[in-house]
Ligand binder design. Structure first.
Ligand code: ATP
Ligand code: MG
Length: 189
């Protein structure tokens, strides 16, 4: 089976590209952002906890995220492949993912980083905010999320490079072009 990490800053297009990959490969898709938003919508305890962090543009604590991820994974697999979208976002999460997959006799096949210039991310997210209804897609929270990304998440690029799994993909231009570049890596992973 393939375990694909789709990686990038907020607004880099992880969700959009994940949907295309699901259609093409039939992989399962775990979007931690979607999972949290569903919990918020259902007003669960987890949802209430998550909302407080999300509204501030902060990350949910690692221990909580790691439990949620393992639960989702086991609900969907065994299967032909999984796309991890929005996880890992910190080095402890990457370490936990490595351990979780090792315990299940598998590993990350590739980490695909969607690269998009920061001005473009800002513009995309402001635009998305007009229709997404997402409370965190406003200028102030977007700036915080980009800061958190640079501080806590971007170090994963070096971490996965050291694992020999990092691939950078140009994340702007025609969607099909981006998708083709991702597929080229996945087919060889
Ligand atoms: P994209 O637009 O590329 O899909 P995003 O950053 O806009 O990415 P989500 O991945 O949907 O949005 O995440 C939304 C919020 O959920 C994050 O800002 C964070 O607060 C929380 N979150 C999601 N995944 C994690 C995670 N792995 N660890 C901690 N918090 C998370
Ligand atoms: Mg998303």
């Amino acid at each position: 089976m393939k375990n694909i990490v789709i990686f990038g800053a907020p607004g880099s297009g992880k969700g959009t590209q994940s949907d295309l990959l699901v259609q093409k490969y039939g992989f399962k898709h775990i979007s931690t952002g979607d999972v949290l938003r569903a919990e918020i919508k259902q007003a669960t305890e987890l949802g209430k906890t998550a909302q407080a962090y999300i509204d501030k543009g902060q990350l949910i604590p690692d221990s909580l995220m790691i439990d949620i991820l393992a639960q989702k994974y086991d609900a969907l697999c065994p299967c032909s492949g999984v796309i991890f979208d929005g996880f890992p976002r910190t080095i402890p999460q990457a370490e936990a993912l490595k351990q979780m997959l090792a315990e299940r006799g598998t590993e990350v096949s590739a980490m695909l980083e969607l690269r998009v210039p920061e001005e473009m991310l800002m513009e995309r997210l402001i635009n998305r905010g007009k229709t997404s209804g997402r409370a965190d897609d406003n200028a102030e929270t977007i700036a915080k999320r980009l800061h958190v990304y640079n501080q806590q998440t971007a170090p994963l690029i070096d971490w996965y490079t050291a694992e020999g799994k990092h691939h950078a993909i140009k994340g702007y231009g025609p969607l099909e072009e981006i998708n083709a570049a991702l597929c080229e890596v996945i087919d060889q992973a």
